[in-house]
Design a protein around this ligand. Structure first.
Ligand code: SF4
Length: 437
């Protein structure tokens, strides 16, 4: 039986899988626990509590979560094992049966971890606490710093879209967010803690304020009014929610970087319909053209899923031709995997796994070509770079406003500072990095 007082000085370890949102949330859970007296384990120490924040985006993600739970159980055999996150929300029974698991918390319960740990009887089978998705309405803001220099601010959670291949709405519930004022407050807290760059994250961030009278454009403008030295990046935003108003605003904004990440998923309208996406490829092409006309230097990253049911060889080829025609900088290629409970399983035709892999390889090559063309176009330009703490011993890394990755000889005094630099040669050997002169 856990009692209140023993939280003090107890050692906890966290393991997070999946997206930046999960990392931001683990950070918020960690803050709650340290406020109650928990301390993080150091290397080689035994933990009293292990918290695993899971992901369930693919079958592989599920498998990695199970492996992580088993590994932590071996490393910390006497620890209380708490499992939360998307996999825990979707398959709590399955997780509760894994050896060593004591407590399974759903998406709505993860922030009340201490309440559930009080009174937990570890001699009994694992306890499960989850809430049905349609009953989750509360939004919990979170912010985390990554192992580089950036902060991730969770501005929105959940999704109302129900794309046919995706389980996220079942794992994270309805779309919801805090108010603009609360979100600006969170951003200021991060800036006061030293943030020079904050990435706005969420499941469907363009949907910010969908159930209030505010919207994502209001948030972008309010953050841009902050009178501090900071850069904001907008993470993945649905093309139909990336309004022309937002694009036009970014052109003259002080803090919002000319860097866009837009999910396309397929370059044919047939497959977009099968996926139940809320736009066609003509709208997508318009957004890319609008950005590049107003900001020719803007970086545009694009998500694509290959091998979904219904994507024939011909449709894939047509998709490639469309993607190739777009003036974009990088592709994030995902390989489709079947997810229980999704509508896409009703589509009969299936693309063999080997063919999915082949399509992924083709798009990775196309991505390399796009990135190289974009980087070459930036050569000789002058741009502010935020230097990160990451380095390879010899060189340190940084990113320009428009997300060009650059290197210079390591200098610890430059970490988390912004410096105006001239962009030098493309270096193929060093993973295609730009080296500053
Ligand atoms: S927009 Fe579609 S793909 Fe993205 S989280 Fe929502 S349902 Fe999933």
């Amino acid at each position: 039986m856990i009692d209140n007082n023993i939280f003090h000085n107890k050692k906890v370890t966290f393991h997070t899988l999946g997206c930046k949102l999960n990392f931001a949330e683990t950070s918020a859970i960690g803050k709650k626990m340290s406020d109650e007296g928990f301390v993080k384990v150091r290397v080689g120490e035994q933990a009293d509590v292990c918290v695993i924040n899971t992901c369930s985006v693919t079958d592989t993600a599920d498998r990695k979560c199970r492996q992580a739970i088993s590994r932590l159980n071996r490393q910390h055999p006497n620890a209380i094992m708490v499992v939360t996150g998307c996999y825990a929300q979707l398959k709590p029974e399955e997780i509760s049966k894994i050896e060593g698991v004591d407590l399974v918390l759903g998406s709505n319960e993860k922030f009340s971890i201490l309440e559930y740990m009080r009174g937990l009887d570890t001699e009994k089978p694992a306890e499960i606490h989850t809430t049905k998705m349609n009953q989750i309405h509360e939004f919990k803001p979170s912010c985390s710093r990554d192992d580089r220099t950036r902060y991730f601010l969770k501005v929105q959670d959940g999704c109302d879209y129900y794309c046919t291949y995706c389980t996220i709405p079942f794992a994270r519930g309805r779309s919801r967010s805090a108010s603009v004022a609360e979100t600006v407050e969170m951003a200021l807290e991060a800036i006061n803690a030293g943030a020079k760059e904050i990435v706005l994250t969420g499941v469907n961030i363009g949907d910010f304020g969908v159930h209030t009278d505010e919207n994502f454009s209001d948030l972008v403008k309010a953050l841009d009014r902050i009178d501090r030295d900071v850069r904001f990046r907008i993470s993945s935003i649905e093309p139909n929610l990336l309004t022309d108003e937002i694009i036009e605003y970014v052109v003259h904004s002080k803090h919002i970087m000319p860097h866009f990440h837009i999910p396309l998923q397929s370059g044919t309208n047939e497959v977009l319909k099968l996926m139940k996406r809320k736009y066609d490829r003509e709208l997508f092409a318009h957004k890319v053209e609008k950005i590049k006309t107003l900001m020719p230097h803007a970086f545009i990253g694009v998500d694509v899923i290959v091998g979904v049911r219904g994507e024939t060889d011909e449709l894939f080829e047509e998709s490639c031709r469309f993607i190739n025609s777009l003036d974009i900088s990088q592709l994030h290629v995902f390989t489709y995997s079947e997810r229980a409970g999704t509508k896409m399983l009703d589509i009969e035709q299936n693309t063999p796994v080997a063919e999915r892999k082949k399509r992924s390889d083709i798009l990775h090559l196309l991505s390399d070509k796009k990135t190289k063309t974009f980087y070459e176009s930036q050569k000789g330009k002058t741009s502010p770079v935020l230097w990160e703490s990451r380095h390879n011993g010899e060189n340190m890394l940084g990113f320009t406003n428009n997300y060009v990755r650059v290197e210079r000889p390591f200098d610890k005094n430059r970490v988390n500072t912004v410096e105006e630099v001239k962009l030098g040669e493309w270096n193929e050997e060093r993973s295609a990095l730009m080296i500053t002169e």
